[in-house]
Design a protein around this ligand. Structure first.
Ligand SMILES: [Zn+2]
Length: 294
């Protein structure tokens, strides 16, 4: 059963030694597909990255804290950029939204081929206190899940078992998307660590499970978790006409007018949500406080 809004459910399992999170990001991925007109493999790559970013954001301290994830591989999909905040508002893009690749031999979308196996995964976490934390690790497979596992281990010293998936039709309708994260608490026993590894093996088809039963039922049926922390995940950009206007102002009046002469209007583009903010001659005149200009 799909919810109207994407969700993250979190709780402790294995006697309190392992933190469990199950995410249903179907609606979030649908919104990304709609805004960016993504191909299926681009939707899978961006969707997996958004799911992992949502998980990372769920650990941010305040709603004002921000997190930026960049997956920069050598594949034809180009760079993936996703950001989110403590309020679990997320947005993101992939450099080549219409990238197309043949399916893998097993019939799955070739996310690793799209992202590329060489490159870096970078996380910048800004809690608003002092210098932001920056963690980088080399990509392992470009499949995103393994890459984030490597990131957690090398940059945060937190072994984390991760399953990520996005199920799409050939015309990029997202049928189910989400992830499972099992993160042993600091100082957890060997049993807890092997519990996480054993459990994650059950989620090789996480996107189908999300489509069939939803995240809440996965928590109950696979882990017996009844009392879970539940939060909404929303695709929401931080751009606005006001911010676009200040970008026009920062060009200076002379350059803005030159661009108007050449183009007829000024378009300020937001890559995160694929929105154009348009300013015509009258708008620009008003911005620079030039009341007599037409
Ligand atoms: Zn935007």
């Amino acid at each position: 059963m799909q919810k109207e809004v994407s969700k993250i459910y979190k709780t402790l399992v294995c006697g309190g030694e392992v933190s469990l999170a199950v995410l249903d990001t179907t609606v979030l991925v649908r919104e990304a597909v709609r805004r960016h007109a993504l191909s299926p493999v681009a939707a899978a790559a961006l969707g997996r990255t958004m799911t992992a970013t949502a998980y990372l954001c769920s650990w941010l301290k305040g709603e004002e804290s921000n997190l930026y994830v960049t997956v920069s591989g050598n594949g034809p999909g180009g760079k993936i950029s996703v950001s989110g905040d403590g309020a679990l508002h997320l947005r993101g893009n992939i450099q080549v939204p219409d990238v197309s690749l043949p399916l893998r031999a097993d019939g799955k979308l070739d996310v690793g081929g799209c992202v590329g196996k060489e490159g870096t995964l970078t996380v910048v976490r800004d809690d608003g206190e002092g210098i932001p934390f920056v963690g980088t690790c080399a990509l392992l497979t470009g499949e995103i899940g393994e890459d984030f596992s490597a990131y957690f281990l090398t940059s945060e010293q937190r072994p984390t078992a991760i399953a990520l998936g996005v199920l799409l039709t050939p015309d990029a309708l997202c049928l189910g998307a989400g992830g499972v994260f099992l993160q042993p608490m600091p100082g957890a026993s060997e049993e807890a660590i092997s519990y996480a590894e054993t459990q994650i093996a059950k989620f090789a088809h996480i996107s189908s499970l999300i489509a069939e039963m939803g995240a809440e039922k996965i928590m109950k049926d696979f882990f017996g978790a009844e009392h879970t922390d539940e939060r909404d995940l929303v695709f929401r950009c931080r751009c606005s006409r006001e911010k676009a206007a200040s970008a026009v102002l920062s060009m200076g009046k002379k350059d803005a007018e030159k661009l108007l002469d050449e183009e007829g209007k000024i378009a300020v583009h937001c890559h995160d949500c694929n929105t154009d903010y348009l300013f015509d001659r009258e708008d620009v005149a008003a911005l620079f406080g030039d009341k007599n200009s037409k």
